[in-house]
Design a protein around this ligand. Sequence first.
Ligand SMILES: Nc1ncnc2c1ncn2[C@@H]1O[C@H](COP(=O)(O)OP(=O)(O)OP(=O)(O)O)[C@@H](O)[C@H]1O
Length: 324
Amino acid sequence: MPAPALHVDGLTKRYGNGPDATTAVDDLSFTVERGEVFGLLGPNGAGKSTTLDVLVGYQRPTDGHVDVLGLDPTTEPAAVRERTGVLPDGYGVYPERSGRAHVEYVATARGVDLDPTTWLERVDLGDAASRPAGEYSKGMRQRLAFAMALVGDPDLLVLDEPSTGLDPEGVATVRERIEAASDRGTTVVLSSHRLAQVERVCDRLAVVHDGSLLAVDDLASLRNAYGLDADRVRAGVDTRPDGVRERVSAVDGVTAVSVDDDVVRVECTERAKKPALDAIETTGATVVDVDVDRPSLEELFLRIADDDATATGHDVVARTGESR
Ligand SMILES: Nc1ncnc2c1ncn2[C@@H]1O[C@H](COP(=O)(O)OP(=O)(O)OP(=O)(O)O)[C@@H](O)[C@H]1O
């Protein structure tokens, strides 16, 4: 079995000293395998950027140890960054320099020969390559910063909130690039508080809050562990059916049923959906419309944070503030 790409062991990072010190990361441990897309998910101030900064040697751990591609970023930051594409939080462009010049600079530093426009084209900035980056919109600057991380197809991508400021097309482009990099064997670690976007791209997620790890797993397992793997079916019916609750509850795979005037709500496994709808119609009612959705990752996050609060007695307030 090859060594993992990343091993974080008991990482603690405090800013400042004494009573005014802030513990940004508190005894965090996780491992990321090569080629994996790993997401750090948590609300503002959870410690995501700090963790990523330690991985690439921008910050030193107060305690614990980090291994990145077999290297120690605290003592060998240059060697780590040689093999790592970094998209930092809030990258500031050089306003007078073109997008191409930005990419050229990274390409030279990494000894990459390929035409710089190649990387800009990968983020749909090819047409704006010679314009000064100071004229770029916020989303274009974010694409540029992402292109700079991609230069030379590094072994590791460390991306802090890669979708910030991007329109849906930009978000899709970033996702495609991450997937393509992962297919080539690149390991990707990214942070986000944008729950819907992490859901689509990450193989596994670490949910962090107040510097602590609340849960780490693939999304399906997290959903399962926190009871959020059921589909939610909302069936509109032409009349309020008698005895519907009993009939639908009896269907294998149905976990909850509620009836509200002419709407029947059912939580069930994917396979139980059709039998549940059929059971509604056995009451003589006709199903006139059906909506199905799954609990969002935001709900998952709230559920995990709540569970942690109950388990630890801490008053965990989930501040995701994110709509899907
Ligand atoms: N340079 C610093 N000096 C002092 N405190 C800091 C510093 N950087 C971060 N912090 C504090 O550490 C904690 C974690 O911050 P961090 O930026 O790592 O969180 P985050 O999860 O990335 O948040 P966001 O989603 O808002 O970017 C916060 O309380 C923050 O105020």
